[in-house]
Write a protein that binds this ligand. Structure first.
Ligand code: KIV
Length: 272
């Protein structure tokens, strides 16, 4: 377990909310499979998010739009098996909660019941309020997501910084307050000005988890492959590389290919 971890007690939504009150920053990373999730948990992470970014990272799609509920169930199941301490959250994929609110509730129940993940995340504010209320009424904790909401990429037309105009900023603050009021336990803020993230963070009692939203949020989230340097072409301003695993994998594969071609692998001690 990570050296910063002081206890092995399962992290709950209550504890996540308490962390805001006590000023303890919340560290979140994505994971989509058992092996990475196990390592991330051993690193002492507070929360693991099974993002629909799996559409890009695991499936090679250009957006998060194509990933399905069945796909997310497969990723979610493997991550849930790895997580003993970290609270887990999973994205409801595009098209599973934006329409009929009762269908949204049914989809959320299926996602939670068939994966063992602790909570769901949905993108959007007032326009999906009814669906969110029904999901919470079913006993499923929700993490909201405002600002850049990648499932709406075809509406935005760009992944540029959101809410630079006061009208959009004010709607975002109103939506954040609404998400708190209906019972969401946390809120992701993606790619908005740091000053706006500060206003939101100070306006709500639930923790804000930022990605490209500056240092004033109550926590931070990154896509694990991005911060490990596995997605080498992706270098947005908000991303910090904590390693260069991509280069290390390529070097290791090069070395292996060389050894096989030259007959250096396996050696006698590696043979039966
Ligand atoms: O899909 C995802 O990975 C996310 C996080 C980055 C918040 O939504």
């Amino acid at each position: 377990m990570g050296y910063l971890v002081t206890d092995n007690k399962k992290i709950t939504t209550k504890r996540i909310r308490e962390m805001k009150r006590t000023g303890e920053k919340i560290a979140v990373l994505t994971s989509y499979d058992y092996t990475i999730a196990s390592l991330v948990e051993q690193g002492g992470i507070d929360m693991i998010h099974v993002g629909d970014s799996a559409s890009n990272v695991m499936q090679g799609n250009a957006t998060t739009v194509p990933i399905t509920l069945d796909d997310m169930i497969v990723y979610g199941r493997t991550v849930a098996r790895a997580c003993k301490r970290a609270i887990t959250c999973i994205d409801m994929p595009f098209g599973t909660y934006q329409g009929d609110p009762y269908k949204a509730q049914e989809n959320a129940v299926r996602l939670i019941q068939s994966t063992g993940i602790d909570s769901v995340k949905c993108e959007g504010g007032s326009e999906i309020r009814e669906a969110l209320e029904l999901i919470i009424r079913a006993g499923i904790p929700i993490c909201g997501h405002l600002g850049l909401t990648p499932q709406s990429i075809y509406q935005f037309g760009t992944y540029a910084l959101r809410a630079q105009e006061e009208a959009e900023a004010q709607k975002l603050i109103d939506d954040a307050k609404m998400l708190e009021e209906i019972g969401c336990y946390a809120l992701v803020l993606e790619k908005i000005p740091a000053t706006l993230a500060k206003r939101v963070t100070e306006s709500v009692g639930i923790p804000t988890i930022g990605i490209g939203a500056g240092a004033y949020c109550d926590g931070q989230v990154l896509v694990v492959q991005d911060m490990l340097g596995m997605n080498m072409g992706f270098k947005p301003k908000f991303l910090r590389h904590y390693n260069n695993i991509g280069e290390q994998i390529i070097d290791s594969v090069n070395h292996y290919v060389e050894d096989v071609k030259n007959g250096f692998f396996p050696s006698e001690t590696e043979s039966y």
